[in-house]
Design a protein around this ligand. Structure first.
Ligand SMILES: O=C(O)COP(=O)(O)O
Ligand SMILES: [Mg+2]
Length: 222
């Protein structure tokens, strides 16, 4: 009798700060948005701190930092600019393409769960030649909920054809740790990203992308 097939293991990756260093293009688009309102540019460290909760919150934080009232035209203006310019300076972090190759060769399915709007995330992955590697992409506006809500992770996993009992979450922000854990997944934290070290909250930390395959193997043995 044929043995029942064991479902493939799936890695759910966060995008910004985990797979790609996207802050240069986010920073540039945000400064153009602010310049159109007569505002001075931001420092890179400020923009890095604004990232993690999706674009609407990024813009709220930027406007609050400049003491500006909310402006409903800002979000569509930012998105139109950013979607067209998401892959100008943005690149995968050092070692990420090679780590994805190793994971794929080891039989992992790969998926992306990001709070970045889906259209911008797809533009970016396509612009970097990474899109075909992923079985599914769940953006910040793909479902009624987003990270830290675990349903964002679970819906992305379902779209990838994955099994929640055979999946791990990798991210750089407390939203990733919280969403992955609440979804019942083991979590790994990326030290190279935009989150503060304490956001790992006890999750195992990868210091470099090349450490990911062995770390994920430990979290979810074959
Ligand atoms: O868009 C954001 O604020 C964060 O995106 P991420 O979930 O890919 O880190
Ligand atoms: Mg992130």
């Amino acid at each position: 009798m044929a043995k029942p097939r064991t479902m493939r293991r799936t890695v759910i990756f966060d995008l910004d700060g985990t797979l790609v260093d996207s802050v240069p293009d986010i920073h540039a688009a945000l400064d153009r948005l602010m310049a159109a309102r007569g505002q001075p540019p931001f420092a890179r460290a400020e923009v890095t701190r604004f990232i993690g909760d999706g674009v609407p919150v990024l813009i709220q934080r930027a406007f609050a930092a400049r003491g500006l009232p909310a402006d409903p035209t800002a979000l569509p203006a930012f998105l139109a600019d950013y979607e067209a310019n998401a892959a100008v300076e943005t690149r995968p972090f050092l070692g990420i393409p090679a780590a994805l190759d190793v994971l794929a060769a080891e039989g992992w399915a790969l998926a992306v769960c990001t709070n970045k709007p889906e259209a911008a995330a797809r533009q970016l992955l396509a612009g970097l030649g990474l899109a075909e590697r992923f079985a599914a992409l769940g953006g910040g506006d793909s479902f009624p909920v987003r990270k830290p809500d675990p349903r964002h992770v679970l819906a992305t996993l379902e779209a990838a054809g994955g099994d929640p009992a055979r999946a791990v979450m990798v991210g750089d922000h407390h939203n990733d740790v919280a969403a992955g854990r609440a979804a019942g997944l083991p979590v790994a934290f990326c030290a190279w990203g935009y989150g503060l070290p304490e956001m790992a909250d006890g999750a195992p930390v990868a210091a470099r992308a090349e450490e990911l395959p062995a770390l994920l193997e430990r979290l979810m043995p074959r």
